[in-house]
Design a protein around this ligand. Structure first.
Ligand code: SF4
Length: 182
């Protein structure tokens, strides 16, 4: 996979919004209240604001945006870890490849179905499915099969209506396959 992160562009966006003037911050907040999103440069303006009063305005605006879009809704989901093999080595994570004490497991489809039924039995309707990054033990094919297994799994309490995912970086065609899984 080619590197799609443009370091120079990100640095430029950060550089042009260092110590933003009050008026600039207020303009960005006014735009945020329109609920149509912000550009990376506008987001950088807010992130680099140090004035305490303006930071308070950012918090007030963030609450306004959140409540306008989501209201007083709380959404719960149950995490479902289907495999813990990983070829990466993030220091904070127990799945990191250097962790030799971890017993590595990739659940079978039968085990994933059983986990889904247990989650459903608790009344959950939403799952966050995730695994480590590994080209063979946590392949996209495996992940898609797991999604299809969960959606096909029902019991007396209802069905899983939504599966959110955390996956390794994908190509556009791979994202399309993931989106089509049901
Ligand atoms: S599972 Fe994710 S966070 Fe953990 S080591 Fe692998 S890539 Fe890093």
């Amino acid at each position: 996979m080619k590197d799609f992160i443009d370091d120079d562009k990100i640095q430029h966006v950060l550089d042009i919004s260092v110590r933003p003037e009050k008026k600039r911050v207020e303009d960005v907040l006014d735009k945020a209240k329109e609920l149509k999103g912000l550009t990376p440069e506008e987001t950088s303006v807010l992130l680099q604001t140090e004035d305490k009063e303006l930071i308070n305005e950012i918090l007030i605006t963030a609450r306004f945006v959140k409540e306008s879009i989501y209201g007083n809704r709380l959404v719960l989901f149950a995490p479902l870890y289907i495999a813990n093999h990983c070829s990466n080595n993030c220091l904070y994570c127990g799945f990191r490849r250097a962790n030799k004490e971890l017993k590595r497991v990739a659940l079978t489809m039968e085990e994933i179905a059983a986990e889904a039924q247990a989650i459903e039995a608790e009344g959950h309707k939403r799952i966050l499915m995730l695994c480590g990054e590994h080209p063979t033990r946590s392949s996209l094919d495996y992940f898609i099969e797991a999604i299809e297994t969960v959606y096909a799994t029902t019991n007396f309490n209802g069905e899983i209506r939504r599966i959110n995912v955390e996956v390794a970086p994908l190509e556009v065609e791979e994202f399309k396959r993931l989106k089509a899984a049901k």
